[in-house]
Design a protein around this ligand. Structure first.
Ligand code: FAD
Ligand code: SIN
Length: 531
């Protein structure tokens, strides 16, 4: 078995992982693993932008208040303050790395153009046209490639953390010393040891049939942390983006919220009427949970396949200027958004819950940190405010790095770790089992654990998760691991965490809406699952 030893191991090469790497690498040797290609996480797909207080008249207090309102009061105020106050600095660092943020053509002195998104009381979103994430990912990657202390290893699917108790039963007590990862090119498991490990593995959107998230968003870091003994929090708060393109071939193309921010209206295709006035006084710019539920209600009430998002009343040059990539993509599918409405449906978009971390990105386990979408840092509460998540990656990626360096002398070198044992497994002979179970999870999570929930549906989902868990564990124990099997095992784990968290919450708050408990309780309390 190949063995690699570094000072710090980072699992994930998106905004959180690469930010952490760049903040560590002047002092220590860092290895960054990615499950596939380096740019295959959600970061590269981000469209709208990054929220920061930069407009004259806007204040940190206003951004904090908007974040807490969207989060339905469940946010941790200390985290919200930290992230909001760090935002302008984080944007400046990205600009220094070469991210070509779009300038305001109406402003002076090359000021950044700020767009608007749901739940924000001010224009606050810096962006690179409508493809912000791609520019951010490229700039971070370029800097990481150029740094002699950073080793980037794509095609390594981490499958479990190495804990102080590895080989015995997992417990919350073990120090984390790195991870085992499948080398997808050789099909063998490799050992990566390190004094500190950072999980930056992104979200778990692919637990749902329809998701805007990339194929690899299977909650791997959350599942690995849970198995190693970390507490997991608020997994019931799965965010559904209101406007994913409805198209029979292209299933997960996002239409950025900035389209609504720049004047786009939601229309019921049967009545031809704008419907948000019936649901919320903030209209199309109400927080995402409100808009997604309104669309869901229209679709169900009128028996629709989709609703329309229409920005064709704005001048064609304005639309093309603001949304060049979306315009081009839609033209390729036969839709001209300057003259036609866009058919849209809600789809899973963001995982608000995750591995419980403190303000320095520390988890429950010594030596283990986490940052970005795989965490529950207290920033998002019961519903994430648009464009706050790349920001969280930048702030917590740096915070974790700073804490590791500050504690470096206390972080001991790893002890000898036993190799991965592949001697008692055989080649998988029935790939259909993995594919079938994967499809089954995503279908019942969509049907039973979606935008509007009931206890009965959640119990049905729980029953199915329990059945699949045994089947997948049996398969995992007997056959050689593959990337698909690793992901399936993690999907079962995160589906279980989502359903258990949802069953535990006896109220409706933010993204968790259940017909059996439609009221919001006076006190906001996090759901915390203890392994
Ligand atoms: P990711 O960027 O998802 O990276 C995860 C990394 O972990 C990848 O490198 C992956 O290969 C690796 N990984 C995962 N599992 C394993 C494993 N087992 N072994 C090894 N490596 C592993 N947020 C905003 O703030 N503004 C926006 O405009 C915005 N738009 C979005 C648009 C879309 C379509 C989507 C899907 C999300 C959007 N978001 C936006 C959310 C935001 O993009 C993500 O929350 C954020 O990029 C997550 O970054 P991350 O670093 O935590 O994870
Ligand atoms: C979008 O562009 O609508 C996505 C923004 C986000 O998820 O924060």
């Amino acid at each position: 078995m190949s063995e690699h030893d570094f000072d710090v191991l980072i699992v994930g090469s998106g905004a959180a992982g690469l930010t952490a790497a760049l903040n560590l690498a002047d002092k220590v040797k860092v290895c960054v693993l990615a499950k596939g290609g380096l740019s295959e996480g959600s970061t590269a797909w981000a469209q709208g932008g990054i929220a920061a207080v930069l407009e004259a008249g806007d204040t940190f207090d206003a951004h904090i208040k908007d974040t807490m309102i969207a989060g339905a009061g469940l946010n941790d105020l200390r985290t919200v303050e930290l992230v909001v106050e760090e935002a302008p600095r984080a944007i400046a660092r990205l600009a220094a790395l070469g991210v070509p943020f779009t300038a305001d053509d109406h402003g002076s002195g090359g000021a950044l153009h700020l767009t608007r998104e749901g739940g924000h009381s001010h224009r606050r979103i810096v962006h690179v046209d409508d493809a912000t994430g791609w520019a951010v990912q490229q700039a971070l990657e370029k800097a990481a490639v150029a740094h002699p202390n950073i080793t980037l290893m794509p095609d390594r699917a981490a499958l479990d953390l190495v804990t102080g108790r590895h080989g015995e039963r997992y417990s919350g007590e073990g120090h984390v010393w790195g991870a085992y990862a499948l080398n997808r090119q050789t099909a063998h498991v490799e050992l990566f040891t390190a004094r500190a490990t950072i999980l930056a593995t992104g979200g778990a959107g692919r637990a749902y049939l329809y998701s805007t998230a990339p194929r690899g968003a299977t909650g791997d870091g959350i599942a690995m942390a849970w198995r190693a003994g970390c507490r997991i929090s608020n997994m019931e708060f799965m965010q559904f983006h209101p406007t994913c393109l409805w198209n029979l071939e292209v299933k997960n193309f996002l239409i950025t919220e900035a389209v609504r921010g720049e004047g786009g209206q939601l229309i019921n295709p049967k009545t031809g009427k704008r419907f948000m006035p019936y649901y919320d006084e903030r209209l199309e710019l109400a927080p995402r949970d409100v808009v997604a539920r309104a669309i869901d209600a229209e679709i169900k009430r009128f028996g629709l396949d989709y609703v329309h998002l229409d920005i064709s009343h704005m001048p064609a040059d304005f639309v093309k200027g603001h949304f060049p990539n979306i315009h081009e993509k839609l033209l390729g599918l036969g839709i001209d958004m300057t003259t036609q409405p866009i058919p849209v449906v809600p789809a899973q978009h963001y995982t608000c819950g995750g591995i419980l971390v403190d303000l320095a990105g520390r988890t429950d386990l010594p030596g283990l940190y986490a940052a970005g979408e795989c965490t529950q840092s207290g920033l998002h509460g019961a519903n994430r405010l648009a464009s706050n998540s790349l920001l969280e990656c930048l702030v917590f990626g740096e915070a974790a790095a700073v804490d590791i360096l500050a504690r470096w002398d206390d972080l001991a070198a790893p002890p000898p770790i036993r190799a991965w044992d592949e001697s008692r497994v055989s080649e998988a002979d029935e790939d259909v089992v993995v594919q079938h179970n994967w499809r089954e999870i995503r279908r019942f999570m969509w049907d039973y654990v979606g935008i509007v929930r009931t206890t009965k549906r959640l119990e049905r989902a729980k029953h199915r998760v329990d059945m699949l868990r045994g089947e997948v564990a049996d398969y995992y124990g007997n056959y050689r691991v593959t990337a698909d099997l690793i992901e399936l095992r993690n999907l079962v784990e995160v589906a279980d965490l989502i359903v258990r968290s949802a069953l535990h919450r006896h109220e409706s708050r933010g993204l968790h809406y259940t017909l059996d408990h439609p009221e919001t309780l006076p006190q906001a309390v996090d759901t915390i699952l203890v392994p």
